[in-house]
Each structure stands twice: as C-alpha cells, then as structure tokens.
Design a binder for this molecule. Structure first.
Ligand code: ZN
Length: 440
C-alpha cells in the first residue's frame, strides 16, 4: 500500500517462467512410461509423465479449437539442462543456464532446468506444480500452432496459464491415466507454488517480458479449469482483466510498496471502516455502526463467549460484544512473511465477518467462508477503483499477490470451513473484480 503517487517504473525483475523468441532443435524425446502416481517418482519421471499426459490432452482437445486440424506434438524435442550442460541455442541466441523452463518456437522444443528449478518445485510444492509448469510451456507451443502469438506478452502468459488450467480440469475429470485422484490440498499447494513464479511486483503490464501477477495468473488458471481450452483460446487484450500495476513512485519501489506495520494496520482499519460505512447501507439499507477493534498480546485475547475465529484464533469477530480483535504479534509475523496487504486480508476478513453477523448471515461452513471472502474482495475492488489524484490510500504492486498468499496460508488446513484455497481465491477474486454487487 502507499499513501502517495508519481512516476517511475521498476525495471523488469527476474521472471522464472519464460518464453524465448526464436530457436532450433533436434529429435522428439519419448517419455518412457512408468504408470500410476506412485509416491516415489523422481522429478525426471514426473516430467516425462507430464509431457506425455499434456500431449495426450492436446491430441484430444486441439481439434476443438483449431477448426478440426489435428495436433502436431512438439517436434524439436525435450531438453533438460544443468549448469554444466546448458540448454540448446534458441533463435540464434546461445543457450545459457537459467533457473527456468521455456518453450522455443524456432526449434519447437521445450527446455528446463533439471538441476534446480524442477526438483525444488517438486519437493516444495508437489508434483502437480511440475506438471502445470510443463502444461504452461506446452500452452505456448499451442499458441504457435494456432498462429495466435500476435498479442502482448502478458496476454500470452495468461493464456498459457489458462491452457495449463484446462489440462488440470481434464485431469480432475479423470481423463489422465498418470495423474489421478488430484486433491484440493494438492491444488492449493500448486497454487502456492505459482505465487513464487509470478513477476516481480512492480512489473508494468506493458513490459515486454511481463507474465502477470500471481492474482491474474491464478485467475487464468482457474478459468481454464472451469471453462476449458475453448475459453482460453478466446483470450485477447480486450477481454482480460489485468490488475498488474507498476510502482508509481520511487519511494514505493524502494520499500517494495510496504507501509511500516503500525501504519499499515492503522491505515487499513480506517479504510475498512470508511468503506463499510459506505457499502453496508448499499448491502442492507441500514446504517453502519463503527466497529471496535481490539489488538491483543499473544495469550491474552479479550473475553468473548462466541468468537468467530480465523487463523486458529489469531483473530476473531465477537458477535456478543460486537468487536473484532487480533493477536498483534501474529499479525506482525504475517506482515513480515507476506507484506502489508496480508494484514489487509485479515482486517478485511474480520470486517466481512462483522458484516455477515450484523446482517444475520452465516460465516460458517464453505458457503459462509466464501461469502466472507467475496465481501472482503469487494473492499479491495473499492481500493482499486479510487481516483489516484485525490486518494491517499491505494494498492501497490504485489498487494493482490500478498492477499492471495495470506489467503492460501489460512485456507490450507486451518480454516476448517471445508472451502479449499482454490475456491476461496475464486470468491475473493469475484469480489475484487466485480465489487459488492457480486456478493449479495
Ligand atoms: Zn510462459
């Protein structure tokens, strides 16, 4: 978040997944088939199964988006590389080791860092993320086959994410022989990994290499899961909501767009209060009564007979006392782990809970949690749509990703509501993109 405005772009930072322009290639590596998702697959085995299964998916699906033309699998081969054995040249550019995975259109090949990137992604986030990385790269091959590459990079990246999601939707539906029984927990873990593959915060969406922030990328992936490859194929600059924004001033870029903790909490609470004073009457036809906010030290929460808690009791709304409370040390830890808008996500969740209780609606179970997430997102929608010339509080690059990261951190295992992180992000995004009216 920031309290100012102005004029400087941060140079594009490291982008982990990239598509290079131009290349040359060799033979078609055929993945030898271990079958079934045994727990002990090596990263190399997962990659082989992934490429084979994504190829299966496109063989079946490509004709539906190509006007009936058959799919031609990758012709230039699959090239794992290491620091001592760098990737093949691509489009006249010498192959240089990077912790990366890429599709090379010139040679029609896919290459990846088999030494660090892929093993790390698998051990930290599970094999599903590895498959999604390859489904994404294969998505770029599909774009070239369709002749649909004349779009800004950020659109092409979201489309490749959408295609990866289309593969995931197909696998979830039971069509993959290799990746079966995919669980919500595996998907949430893969989404957490995607957060690490985002652009550096502050990359302008007009930047040559912009891949999009994680918020937009997860949206595209979910779009593919829910609506399939035909929806992805229709992506263009005019029909995608792209929320990525550059840093608007030097000071903001230097701080990473983060306010100091105390100032962040103070600013966010005031802003949430002002938002609901305006929004609650629209929702209910009734006036909003200011909400009491009580920070507490770990272990000494204010008494409440019926707390509606989040994050294992680190914060709660108290219906009987009609106040919200949060563990100051734990909120600060969250701030340090994810950034200032992770605090915004918690404050927004607590206010949304208060809204639900005050208007006699549930916050419990999956539906209640998703309603809270949508209302929380509606506040973010309001923040995104303010006039930057007159407003002092506004979102910085990375704020939406911070919110999604915090949401996934809570959504996994701790909420007990039955709503997956995947569903919670979708509900939050619905509020962010469509505003309060989407949450009624
Ligand atoms: Zn890409």
């Amino acid at each position: 978040m920031t309290g100012h405005r102005a004029t400087r772009l941060l140079a594009a930072g490291a982008v982990v997944l990239s598509v290079l322009a131009g290349c040359s290639g060799g033979g078609h590596g055929s993945p030898s088939g271990t079958s079934g998702p045994s727990a002990s697959l090596s990263p190399a085995q997962v990659v082989q199964l992934a490429l084979k299964d994504v190829e299966r998916y496109w063989t079946a699906t490509y004709p539906t988006i190509s006007g009936g033309k058959p799919f031609q699998p990758i012709q230039g081969g699959y090239h794992p590389y290491t620091q001592s054995s760098p990737p093949p040249a691509c489009g006249g550019e010498e192959g240089v080791y990077q912790p990366n995975a890429f599709y090379c259109p010139d040679g029609d090949f896919i290459a990846w860092d088999a030494e660090q990137l892929i093993p790390q992604l698998q051990s930290k986030f599970g094999r599903l993320l590895v498959v999604l990385v390859f489904a994404h790269e294969y998505g770029h091959a599909v774009q070239y086959r369709l002749g649909m590459t004349d779009q800004p990079t950020v659109v092409l990246e979201q489309q490749a994410d959408c295609y990866a999601g289309a593969w995931l939707g197909d696998a979830k539906a039971g069509h993959s022989g290799s990746f079966t029984g995919i669980t919500p927990a595996q998907i949430d873990s893969a989404l957490a990994g995607l957060l690490q593959l985002r652009d550096q915060p502050g990359t302008s969406k007009a930047n040559e290499g912009a891949h999009g922030n994680a918020f937009d990328r997860i949206r595209a992936l979910q779009d593919g899961v829910e609506n399939g490859a035909t929806k992805c194929a229709g992506y263009n600059e005019g029909n995608l909501p792209i929320t990525e924004v550059p840093f608007t001033e030097e000071r903001d870029a230097e701080s990473g767009g983060n306010l100091p903790y105390d100032q962040a909490v103070d600013t966010l609470v005031k802003d949430a209060e002002a938002y609901w004073a305006k929004a609650y009457p629209q929702l209910t036809g009734r006036q909003w009564k200011p909400l009491t906010v009580r920070p507490f030290d770990s272990g000494s929460a204010p008494a409440c007979p019926d707390p509606d808690t989040i994050a294992d009791g680190a914060a709660f709304y108290c219906p009987t006392g009609d106040f919200i409370a949060y563990d100051d040390q734990r909120l600060q830890a969250l701030y340090e782990a994810f950034g200032d808008n992770a605090v915004g996500l918690v404050i927004g969740d607590l206010y949304a809970r208060a809204v639900q209780h005050r208007r006699g609606q549930s916050t419990q179970g999956s539906a209640g949690q998703l309603a809270v997430d949508c209302l929380n997102g509606s506040w973010t929608n309001d923040l995104l749509h303010r006039d930057p010339r007159t407003e002092t509080t506004k979102l910085s690059p990375g704020d939406l990703d911070e919110a999604v990261a915090a949401l996934l951190a809570f959504g996994r295992g701790t909420s007990g509501s039955g709503a997956s992180g995947f569903d919670r992000i979708a509900a939050y995004r619905n509020g962010v993109l469509n505003g309060l009216s989407a949450c009624k």
